[in-house]
Structure formats: C-alpha cells, structure tokens
Design a binder for this molecule. Sequence first.
Ligand SMILES: C=C(O[C@H]1C=CC=C(C(=O)O)[C@@H]1O)C(=O)O
Length: 383
Amino acid sequence: MTIMTDAQRSAASAAAACRMGYAIWRVPGGDVFRMIVATGPARTRPVFGAETPPGFVLCPFDATDGNAALHLAADIEVGADIRYRRGDALTDTPQTDAQAAFAAADAQGPLQAAPSDLPEPAPTERAAYEARVARAVAAIEAGRAEKIVLSRIDPRPLSPDHDLRDLLEALARAYPQAFVCLTSSAEAGTWLVATPEILLTADADGVRTMALAGTQWPEPGTDIAALTWPQKIVDEQAVVAREIARAFAAAGLHDTTETPAGTVQAANLCHLRSDFHAPAATPEQLADLLRKLHPTSAVCGMPRATARDFILSEEGPTRGFYTGYLGPVNIDGETRLQVNLRTARITPTHAYLHVGGGIVAASDPATEYEETVQKARTIGAVL
Ligand SMILES: C=C(O[C@H]1C=CC=C(C(=O)O)[C@@H]1O)C(=O)O
C-alpha cells in the first residue's frame, strides 16, 4: 500500500504555508512517493539541456517550445527524511534562508489548494460538448483534419475538510499502474493526476514512450485479454504509433523497438497501446524528440497544426496544463515526463476534471460525451 511518509505529510503542509511550489508523485508499479519542494519561483527552462537542475516540470498543452517547461527546482527532497540541496549535495540541515524558513514552518490542518489568481474554469455542458464534437466531425468530413482531440471541464465540489494528501493516497491505492501526482505552485496552480500515459522517459536504460489510443469501459470482471477493438481504433492507434516512429527517426534515434499493440487497463478504462524503446540518447536528441512528440496525436490530433487551431478556437485557452506533460527531471538519473491526463485542477473549493477524447470521421457525439463521463470516473472515484 502506498502511503506518504510522515516527513512528506508535514513537508507538504510546510511548503503550502510558505507558498512554495511542491510535487509529490508515485511512479507506475512503485510503492513509495517521491517529493520535492522549490523554495523559489518556478522558471521556464529547457527540459533537456546542458544544465537542467533536478526538479519537477510542467508544460502546458499549447507550448511554443515543446522542450521548455515550468521548472520547480528540487531545493528540498523528501522521502523518509527531509534533505536540503546545496549545489549537487543533499544535507540534513537547511543551507539557505528559504530552506530555514521552510524548516521552521509550523503548519496544522488539512492540506488544501491555495487561492490562486488563475481563472476559474467554466464547466462544459453536455449539449455544448456534443455540438463541439459534431463541428469536429464536420471539419474532418470536409477534409480539414484526420483526427481532433476535444475536451471538456467537469467541476466537482470538494468537501470543506478535504485533505489533498488523502486524495493522493487514495488515487495511488486505487490505481497501482498509474503515475499518480499532486503538484502545486503559484505559476501552474494545483493539479491532482492519475495518468496512464508516458510522453517520454530517459534513464540509463534508454528512452521510452508509448502510442495510446482508443477507449473502452468494460463491465467489471470482463476478461481484458479477450477484448477486441473496432478497425477504426486499430487504425487510429497505428496513426499515433507511426507519428512516434517518425519522431524517433527524425531525432536521430535508431535501433528503436516497438511492441505490438495490445490492450492495457487504466482505472475503469481500457486502451490500445504499443511501447517504444531506444538506447540512450544525447540531451540534444532528447530535446529534439520532445519537441517532435508534444503534443502527440493522442491529445491533439492529425495534422497537428490544424487540430491545435481547431481545439483553441473551440476550447479557448481552458486546457492550461491538461494534455501538457509533467514529471520529475534529473532526479536520481531519471527523467519521466507523463501526459497530464485523468487530471483535475484543484482550487480551495473544487476539483475541475478535464476529460477528452479523439474525434474521427465515424465519431458519434453522444458516445463521445459518454466516453468523457467514463474518463471523469478515474479521478471522480476518490473525491
Ligand atoms: C484525451 C484523453 O485521452 C486520450 C488518451 C487515451 C485515449 C484517448 C481516446 O480514446 O480518445 C485519448 O486520445 C483524456 O483522457 O482526456
């Protein structure tokens, strides 16, 4: 069972009391939480670069440079104990005034999101979403795009005494194979995430990503291995996979292997997925690859520029960090960027669930709406 350590629980309260950014995460299949606290403001920096310090990054959906993201520096790392960073070293005692202020913070009560200056998202009603889907289908039928990924916002009230640490632990317990995360900063707001999708990981073992598409919500107890997929989903997943294979080759990564597409479970949902691996790459190759991958056709569409313009004209800037990416960078030699899906932006009073789906020529608006209802259950189940 994944639970936060006492040090992590109190560090989260201390970070919130000091208005410092923090991130707490559990990797798929892992049994511990990792945590960092940034004593200074988040800065936009290259994710893969010559001197990217250890930290946690968040990149929005609509990024001008896919390799540039908000970077929360790992000034403090928290596991069983609290460790303070000075240069490359971690020590048991605070090294800066800001670290000392964090160490002295005495915060009680539940952990909740700080009020923020970011705009409150407006909900998307069923009729508005279905009309949006119908317009995407018309654009696809007119030959303007092959696929457009649309989304909507589903607000849920939070109980006055909720504690974000308890919600995070509940997600980790419910979804052992998800990347589960809580992150908060003045610049990006507060996000609670249980995502099944890797955008890019890089460590000593090489580089990995996945091509994910298609969604089914089988009855509990269904034999997942026996699920079949309609040809339109098989084709859609193949399009995502082809785009990834092209990106690897164009970034100069060779000897890439791809597994056959198979069914994977993600909370109450199933997707069709193939996995990619390449031997280790240089930071320049990784930067190039990240720019080519983000946003993938699993969250944007095909062709990318047309789909992006369509999404922004329909949804405005409401996605923010939803369908962007987030994750630890250069923490113990690993960088793990996950697509920010099955996610909610948290305010002091509400969880704003962001849910979407890929629209193709054969899409039916009512079924697409139902798909977003099912996707909302991933985070909704613990609220
Ligand atoms: C856009 C979302 O899902 C994407 C990832 C997997 C399957 C998807 C689909 O079936 O449409 C989407 O491409 C979301 O969960 O909000």
